[in-house]
Design a protein. Structure first.
Length: 155
């Protein structure tokens, strides 16, 4: 049951590294959509302490448009935004193939993507009015493991 995590224009290599570790642990493919806010050169990856990076199932896309053309082949897409009305817990993530799509740390997904996929947007519950959003890699981990939890409960 393929599982995909897509980071659109990620800016911080530590967040991407943590997302990669979570993908590796959960058996998911990590897709990175350029431009990236950091280098994936071996020296940079080593400096970030990503000694597991060579094992991550990683695909790099030159643009959102290139990935979007292939998006239907990844399964049911779910987009994440702090502006979404539906919580991640309320989505049925048990489908055979699922793609979890996240925007960049400082601005989220582009407005045109949010508008086009408004019915597929999900949010993380945030109860404190003092917190605008959660860290990108935290959101990736929550979403990945919610997929795994839901899949395990239907077996």
């Amino acid at each position: 049951m393929p599982l995909h995590v897509i980071l659109v224009h990620p800016e911080i290599h530590w967040n991407t590294g943590n997302a990669g570790r979570s993908c590796l642990a959960a058996g998911a493919t990590l897709h990175l959509v350029e431009p990236l806010g950091f280098s994936l050169e071996e020296r940079e990856v080593r400096r970030a302490g990503l000694d597991y990076w060579e094992h991550v199932d990683l695909r790099i896309w030159p643009s959102w448009e290139a990935l979007e053309r292939e998006l239907p082949s990844f399964g049911a897409p779910f987009f994440f935004s702090t502006k979404a009305a539906r919580m991640v817990w309320d989505a049925d993530l048990t489908g055979a193939d699922v793609a979890l799509i996240f925007g960049r740390e400082t601005g989220g997904l582009p407005p045109e993507v949010q508008a086009r996929y408004a019915d597929r947007m999900l949010a993380m519950p945030i109860h404190s009015p003092h917190v605008r959003s959660l860290n990108l890699s935290t959101c990736v981990g929550i979403a990945l493991y919610e997929v795994l939890r839901q899949r395990a409960s239907v077996r």
